[in-house]
Design a protein around this ligand. Structure first.
Ligand code: BTN
Length: 268
């Protein structure tokens, strides 16, 4: 009963995804492994959790530091029966589900820096990486991999000096030891609940995202290579894209590129 997988399962009662969890001491990336398993036919609800990732990945090709004993690194295979255009809000929905799990397990609710960063008190607590595989014949979604990384047990000194002022952990927020297995079980529950409404209650999911989204109403800069434009984050649209309003009153919908918020992560 002392293995993490047994402890996680003990918190899941008769949950439908209880017996689909696989636990690893180390993998390169749970998202990479989930993609491989999905290509081999693994069913929806296959859940991979690792104590450590040797090559954890974030958005925009960045790495996600994933030391052992410190965090939650989880990926879930979903198989939504839809076109890619119907689940453009998947990252937003996953971010809200992650906030739900943190609130339920640890009694604090982070905010979301559009589109995929979980933040608290201006510091990054975790992130979401979702990846779609498309069937080349039907162009429908074959699998959607939902990856979540949460810093749980770090003290400030555990973070590399280069990110120390920008990162935080759940334990730094609660001030008490964090039970990663309990939080992982709450994540399984909230992701299952999200999957159940992903395609049929998009408006509710996105309204909840807007409530959690730290970026809305803030002054932001949109960085595309050498091009930097300043704007206000006005809304999140029905696909989870960010609607920004420039100083001249024109608006644009931002799907990619990097958005920085004034005062956050050291941007001034
Ligand atoms: C980001 O910060 O841009 C997203 C980070 C996502 C990290 C998680 S950890 C589990 C899963 N496996 C990965 O390699 N990445 C995601």
């Amino acid at each position: 009963m002392h293995q993490p997988i047994d402890r996680i399962k003990s918190y899941l009662g008769d949950h439908p995804w209880k017996n689909t969890i696989q636990y690893f001491d180390v993998v390169d990336s749970t998202n990479t492994l989930a993609k491989e398993l999905a290509a081999q036919g693994a069913p929806a609800g296959t859940i991979l959790i690792a104590d450590r990732q040797s090559a954890g990945r974030g958005r925009l090709g960045r790495s996600f530091l994933s030391p052992g004993g410190m965090g939650i690194y989880m990926s879930v295979i979903l198989r939504p029966n839809c076109m890619p255009s119907e689940i453009m809000h998947l990252t937003c929905a996953t971010a809200v589900a992650s906030c739900d799990a943190l609130e339920s397990a640890l009694h604090f609710r982070p905010q979301i820096k559009w589109t995929n960063d979980l933040i608290l008190e201006n510091q990054k607590l975790g992130g979401i990486l979702t990846e779609l595989s498309i069937n080349p014949k039907s162009f429908r979604v074959d699998s959607a991999i939902v990856g979540i990384g949460i810093n749980c047990c770090q003290s400030a000194k555990d973070f590399d000096p280069s990110i120390r002022t920008m990162a935080c952990s759940a334990q730094m927020i609660t001030g008490t030891p964090v039970d990663r297995d309990y939080l992982a079980a709450e994540l399984v529950k909230s992701l299952y609940a999200m999957d159940a409404v992903l395609l049929n209650d998009k408006d509710t999911l996105l309204n909840r995202y807007r409530q959690d989204c730290f970026t809305l109403g803030k002054e932001i800069s949109i960085v595309r290579g050498e091009d930097i434009r300043h704007a206000i984050a006005a809304d999140v649209d029905s696909n989870g894209a960010l609607v920004v309003r420039y100083e001249d009153g024109t608006t644009e919908t931002v799907n990619s590129g990097e958005v920085s918020i004034r005062g956050l992560y050291g941007y001034v």
